[in-house]
Design a protein around this ligand. Sequence first.
Ligand SMILES: [Zn+2]
Length: 234
Amino acid sequence: MNAALQRLLELARLDEEILELARAIEQKPEFLRLEGLKMDRQRQSAAALVEARKHVLKEDDLLELQVKGNAQRAGELAGKQNTVKTNEEYQALSREIASLKSTNSVLEDRILEGMTRADELAAQVRTEEARRKELEAHLARVQGELERQIASHREELQRREAARAEFVRGIAPDHLARYERVFEKTRGVVVVPVIDYVCQGCHIEVTPQVVNLLMGDEEIVYCRHCNRILYLAK
Ligand SMILES: [Zn+2]
């Protein structure tokens, strides 16, 4: 492989590393955004449980009021029984009192069910809270680690870019200009092998003449379709 081609190949490897570092830096904020969304969902589900528990307790309060009202009414009716004149009136009041008592027994069962449900919800809230704290701690650790990684990637990127600036001085300006044009367009590898007469950049067949030029190894050979710089794969 001639020296000019060797240098261009090396430049392509440098650029690949630079692109990879830049990509790694870009991906990190997206990762943190997704972790943040997970956190939000966790907060929302905990908040929904807290609300559900409040609702159950409020219902129970209303039922308690009804029970109290019924009990008071039953007490009044019992007092009235002492003043009635006829047996029919007495019986009617007894039936009304019995009905109020049976209603209250149903309501009291519902109140108990509500209390059980509220206890269950309280336990779930505690579980969700514990999970949220765990997630928060995990996220803080991940964030710290990522920030350290990004900082080290940035430093590495700066070093590589400086190395590249130094390196391209050794490349003929016309070769470099052509390289840069293709690089801008592809944002990827500019120097590619030819395998079985096929350019590995655009996957289109090259002519035997191109292969002959590559075998001669005296000049830089470009793919006529994608303009990438070609070399013969060993
Ligand atoms: Zn090509």
